[in-house]
Write a protein that binds this ligand. Structure first.
Ligand code: C3B
Length: 838
C-alpha cells in the first residue's frame, strides 16, 4: 500500500499525519475546537449536550485514525477475515466504552472537570444505540468488542434502523410504546455515500444462452439502494479498531426518479422514495418470535445482498481464484435471519461468476457457519413459498435446487426411511408451503452451534435430530455464550473493577478473565470483604435513587435487592416471580407485628419490554404494577416488601442495575432459555442468582460451585412428561399458588378480570410453562436465600468466590473458540510502536 505512493507525496503525508491527544491539555484543545467549529457554539452556550458532543467528536477523531490504520493493515496483510452477520447489534452507549478502551477516561475526566463538567453527567447525554431486542443483539455487540480486543480482522454487518427498539413508558400500570428516534445527532457513524449497492426485488427470471451455456438472469422489478454507514469498534488496550457496517436504504437513482419528476409525477416519485426508505426504517420488536411479514423478508434480503456484494468486492481485489474464497472469508450467521446469504452467494457464483453448481456449493458451504439461539417453535423462521417466489424469484429456484440435491443425497444414504425426506425437507409440505430457514442454514453451513451446553445437546436430540444422523455429530458443536468484561465490569462497576485490580495484579484480568481466580485467596481478608460490601451498598444506593426519581417509591438500600430484568416472556416466567411476590405479601400480612420484625426486608425489582403484539406479556407487566401499587403503600408492610417495575430497561440501565443486585432471577422453564447472558453479568458484578437448571445456569453452577447458587425446579428431561400429564392426566395446582390465585380473584390487586387469562393459563390450559410444578420449590428456595442473606459475612464470601470463578464467561473465550473451531482465522499482530502503515 505504502509503496504505491510516490516518494515526495508519501513524505508530505507522513509529515502531516494526525497525532491524537494523549493528555488533558490536548484533550481540552480538541473539545474547545469542536465546540467552536464543528458545533458552532461558544463557551457561553456550551451545555452538557454540547460537552457530550464535543467529547465524542474528540474521541471519534481518534478512533477513526486507528480505524484507518487497522483497515490498511488488514488489507495489506490480506489474511482471512470474519464477517458477523446480525440483524441486531444492541450496542448501548459508545462514549464511555471508547474512553475506557483507549485508556483515556481519566484524561477526559480531568479535562471536562476543568471545563466545568462532571464526566458522569456528560456520558449520560448519549442516547443508547438500541438496534436489537435482547440477548441475541447484545451478544453480537459483546462479540464485536472481543473481536477487536483480540485483534481479529473482523467486520460486523447489520441494518441502520432509523428507529431502534421502542421506548417503553408505563402509564396506569400498562406498557405504552414510544418510537425511538435516535439519529438526531450520532457522532459514532460515518456515512459512506460512495459505498452503495443496488439491491433488486421482484421481477422475473429469464434463461439466456451465452457461449453454449444456459444461464439464469434475474430481471429486477424494483431496485433499492443500500448506503453504508460505518461505526468504529475500538478494542480494549490495542490500536485495533474494527468496523461495523450498517446499511441504510434509499431510492436508487438519487433523490428522485427524475423521469417521473420531470413528467410531472412528483407525488409518486416521493412515494417511491418513501417506500425505499421503509426497508431500514424500523427494527422488528419481537424477541424469540417470528411473524412472517413481507417487509421483514425484504429487510433480510436487502441487508444480506448488500453485505455479500461488499464482501465479494473486497475478495475480488486480491485477484485470487474462487476456490480460495473460504480461505479468505468466514461468514457467521447470527440465527437464521441472514440465511438468504447462503442462497445469494450461490447465485453470485453460478449466475454471475459462471461457476459450476457443485464447485460453487462447495465454496458456499465451506464459508458459512450458523448459530442457533432458540428451540422455541414460535421463534423458528419459516417463509411462505409464495412470498419468496414473488419477492425473490431466482432465490426460490436456487432453494429448490439446493433441496433437490440435498434430498437426493439423503435418499441414497437412508433408502428405507421414506418419512425422513418429508421430515428434513427444506420445503415444508404444508398449506401454504413454507421454506424452513433453519434447515436451509444447516444444509448450507459447515458448522452449526448452540449457545450453551444443554442447548447444544437439546438441538441435537430434538429439532435437528435427523440432521445429526445425516451429517454425523461433528457438524454440530457448542460455543457457550460470554460477555465482555470491559463493558460489564470495568465500565458498569468501576469501583469493583478497581478493587479487583488491586488484588489481581492490575488490569490484566480485563483481557484474561481467568486471572480473576487470584481473588479467591483473599476471600478471608476482612478488610477486602468490607470494601466489597461497601461497593455493593453504594451501587444499591445509586439504584435506589433512580427508583425514587423514576417511580417515586422510596426503597431502603439495606434491603435485599431481588432483580429480574429481561424481555417479558411466558417462558422466562416473570409470572412465577410475581406470584411468588404475592405469596410473600400474603405471608407477611398473616404475621403478627412481632413476627414481622424478624423478617428480612426485600425489594423485588422487575424490568423489561413486552413485544407490542404480545398480549399476555403485557398482562404480566400490568399485574406486576398492580401488585406494586397495593404493596408499596401498605403500612403493615413498610420496608419489608417493595415491588418496583423499572421503565424502559435497556443496555445503559442494565449497566446501573447489574452492579446493584443481591440476587437475580433466571427462572425459565427448564430447556427453554438457550443460554441467557444476564446471569453472567449479575454474577460477575458480585450478585448471587436463583435459577432453574437451564441454559448457561448449568455451566455457571459447574464453575462457581453448587453452594454459591440457588437452583430449583424440575429438570429439562422431565418437562415433556409433566406437560403430557397436565393435558391427559388430572392436573392439580400447588396449594400455595392456588391461594395466590384466589387473592387475585378477590380483587386485591384490581379488577380480577384483567388477570384471568394468566390464571387460566395455569389452571385450565395445561400450564405449559410449569409454573405450578415449580412453585413450591421456588418459594422454598427463596426462603433459603433469605436465610443465607442474614449471614452477611458468608454471603459476601460467596459473592467473592463466585466472581473469582467466572473467568470462563468472557466473550473473549467464545471468540477464540469460534476462531479455532469454526472460522479458522487468526489474529493480526499489531506493532504498537509503528503508527504508520502496516
Ligand atoms: C436469545 C436467547 O433467548 C438467549 O437464551 C441467549 O442467551 C441469547 O439469544 C444469545 O444467544 N435469543 C434472542 O434474544 N432472540 C432470539 N430470536 C432467539 C434467541
Amino acid at each position: 500500500v505504502e509503496a504505491s505512493i510516490p516518494e515526495p507525496q508519501r513524505e508530505a503525508w507522513k509529515r502531516n499525519q494526525i497525532t491524537s491527544f494523549t493528555d488533558k491539555d490536548g484533550f481540552e484543545k480538541e473539545v474547545v475546537r469542536h465546540v467552536e467549529t464543528t458545533l458552532a457554539r461558544s463557551m457561553f452556550n456550551c451545555d452538557e449536550i454540547a460537552a457530550y458532543s464535543a467529547t465524542s467528536l474528540a474521541f471519534r477523531d481518534r478512533l477513526i485514525t486507528h480505524w484507518n490504520r487497522t483497515q490498511q493493515r488488514q488489507t495489506y496483510r490480506d489474511t482471512k477475515r470474519v464477517y458477523y452477520l446480525s440483524l441486531e447489534f444492541l450496542m448501548g452507549r459508545a462514549l464511555d466504552n471508547a474512553m475506557l478502551n483507549v485508556g483515556l477516561k481519566n484524561v477526559a475526566q480531568d479535562g471536562l472537570a476543568e471545563l466545568g463538567f462532571r464526566i458522569e453527567d456528560v456520558v449520560k447525554q448519549e442516547h443508547d444505540a438500541a438496534l436489537g431486542n435482547g440477548g441475541l443483539g447484545r451478544l453480537a455487540a459483546c462479540f464485536l468488542d472481543s473481536l477487536a480486543t483480540l485483534n481479529f480482522p473482523a467486520w460486523g454487518y447489520g441494518l441502520r434502523y432509523r428507529y431502534g427498539i421502542f421506548k417503553q413508558e408505563i402509564i396506569d400500570g400498562y406498557q405504552v410504546e414510544v418510537p425511538d428516534y435516535w439519529l438526531d445527532f450520532n457522532p459514532w457513524e460515518f456515512p459512506r455515500h460512495d459505498v452503495t449497492v443496488d439491491i433488486q426485488f421482484f421481477g422475473q427470471v429469464n434463461k439466456k444462452t451465452v457461449g453454449g451455456k444456459t444461464i439464469s438472469v434475474w430481471e429486477a422489478g424494483e431496485i433499492v439502494q443500500a448506503v453504508a454507514y460505518d461505526v468504529p469498534i475500538p478494542g480494549y488496550d490495542t490500536p485495533t479498531t474494527n468496523n461495523l457496517r450498517l446499511w441504510s436504504s434509499k431510492a436508487s437513482g438519487g433523490e428522485f426518479d427524475f423521469q417521473k419528476f420531470n413528467s410531472g409525477d412528483y407525488e409518486s416519485s416521493v412515494a417511491d422514495q418513501q417506500r425505499a426508505e421503509t426497508i431500514s426504517a424500523v427494527l422488528y420488536p419481537n424477541d424469540n418470535l417470528e411473524r412472517g411479514k413481507e417487509l421483514r423478508l425484504k429487510q433480510q434480503y436487502f441487508w444480506v445482498a448488500a453485505s455479500l456484494y461488499d464482501i465479494v468486492r473486497r475478495f475480488k481485489k486480491s485477484r485470487r481464484s474462487w476456490n480460495e474464497f473460504p480461505d479468505q472469508v468466514a461468514i457467521q450467521l447470527n440465527d437464521t435471519h441472514p440465511t438468504l446469504a447462503i442462497v445469494e452467494l450461490q447465485r453470485i457464483l453460478v449466475d454471475i461468476e459462471g461457476l459450476e453448481w457443485d464447485n460453487a456449493w462447495e465454496i458456499v458451504t465451506s464459508t458459512f457457519g450458523y448459530t442457533n439461539h432458540t428451540v422455541l417453535p414460535e421463534a423458528l423462521e419459516k417463509w411462505p413459498v409464495g412470498l419468496v417466489q414473488h419477492l425473490l424469484p431466482r432465490h426460490l429456484q436456487i432453494i429448490y435446487d439446493i433441496n433437490l440435491f440435498f434430498l437426493q443425497s439423503v435418499e441414497k444414504a437412508f433408502p428405507d426411511d421414506r418419512d425422513m425426506l418429508r421430515r428434513v425437507s427444506i420445503i415444508e409440505e404444508s398449506q401454504p408451503k413454507m421454506v424452513r430457514m433453519a434447515f436451509l442454514a444447516i444444509v448450507g453451513s459447515h458448522k452449526v452451534n448452540g449457545v450453551a451446553e444443554l442447548h447444544s445437546d437439546l438441538i441435537k436430540t430434538t429439532i435437528f435430530k435427523d440432521f445429526v444422523e445425516i451429517y454425523g455429530p461433528d457438524k454440530f458443536t457448542n460455543v457457550t455464550n460470554g460477555i465482555t468484561p470491559r463493558r460489564w465490569l470495568h465500565q458498569a462497576n468501576p469501583r469493583l473493577s478497581e478493587l479487583i485490580a488491586s488484588k489481581c495484579g492490575g488490569n490484566d484480568f480485563l483481557k484474561d478473565l481467568t486471572l480473576l481466580n487470584q481473588l479467591e485467596k483473599h476471600v478471608e481478608d476482612k478488610q477486602f470483604r468490607k470494601e466489597w460490601a461497601e461497593i455493593k451498598y453504594a451501587n444499591k444506593v445509586r439504584l435506589a435513587k433512580h427508583i425514587k426519581d423514576t417511580t417515586g417509591v422510596v426503597v431502603n438500600p439495606a434491603s435485599l435487592f431481588d432483580v429480574q430484568v429481561k424481555r417479558i416472556h411466558e417462558y422466562k416466567r416473570q409470572q412465577l416471580n410475581i406470584f411468588g411476590v404475592i405469596h410473600r405479601y400474603l405471608s407477611l400480612k398473616a404475621m403478627t407485628p412481632d413476627q414481622r420484625k424478624k423478617q428480612l426486608p426485600r425489594v423485588s425489582i422487575f424490568g423489561g419490554k413486552a413485544a407490542p403484539g404480545y398480549w399476555m406479556a403485557k398482562q404480566i407487566i400490568h399485574l406486576i404494577n398492580s401488585v406494586g401499587a397495593v404493596v408499596n403503600k401498605d403500612e403493615d408492610i413498610g420496608d419489608l416488601l417493595k415491588v418496583i417495575f423499572l421503565e424502559d430497561y435497556n443496555v445503559s440501565k442494565a449497566e446501573m442495575i447489574c452492579p446493584a443486585s443481591d440476587i437475580s432471577e433466571h427462572i425459565s422453564t427448564a430447556g427453554t432459555e438457550a443460554s441467557g447472558t444476564s446471569n453472567m453479568k449479575f454474577v460477575l458484578n458480585g450478585g448471587l442468582i436463583i435459577g432453574t437448571c437451564d441454559g448457561a445456569n448449568i455451566e455457571i453452577t459447574r464453575e462457581i460451585g453448587e453452594s454459591n447458587i440457588f437452583l430449583f425446579g424440575n429438570l429439562s428431561e422431565d418437562v415433556e412428561d409433566l406437560r403430557h400429564a397436565h393435558t391427559y392426566g388430572s392436573h392439580t395446582i400447588d396449594s400455595d399458588l392456588d391461594k395466590v390465585f384466589n387473592e387475585i380473584e378477590k380483587g386485591t390487586f384490581g379488577t380480577p378480570h384483567d388477570f384471568s387469562a394468566m390464571i387460566a393459563a395455569v389452571r385450565q390450559h395445561g400450564d405449559y410453562y410449569l409454573v405450578s410444578d415449580d412453585f413450591h420449590s421456588y418459594i422454598e428456595t427463596h426462603q433459603l436465600v433469605d436465610e443465607a442473606y442474614r449471614n452477611q459475612d458468608e454471603w459476601i464470601a460467596k459473592c467473592i468466590t463466585s466472581v473469582s470463578r467466572m473467568g470462563f464467561f468472557t466473550s473473549d473465550r467464545c471468540i477464540n473458540e469460534y476462531a479455532e473451531e469454526i472460522w479458522n482465522v487468526e489474529p493480526l499482530a499489531v506493532d504498537r510502536h509503528s503508527i504508520w502503515g502496516p
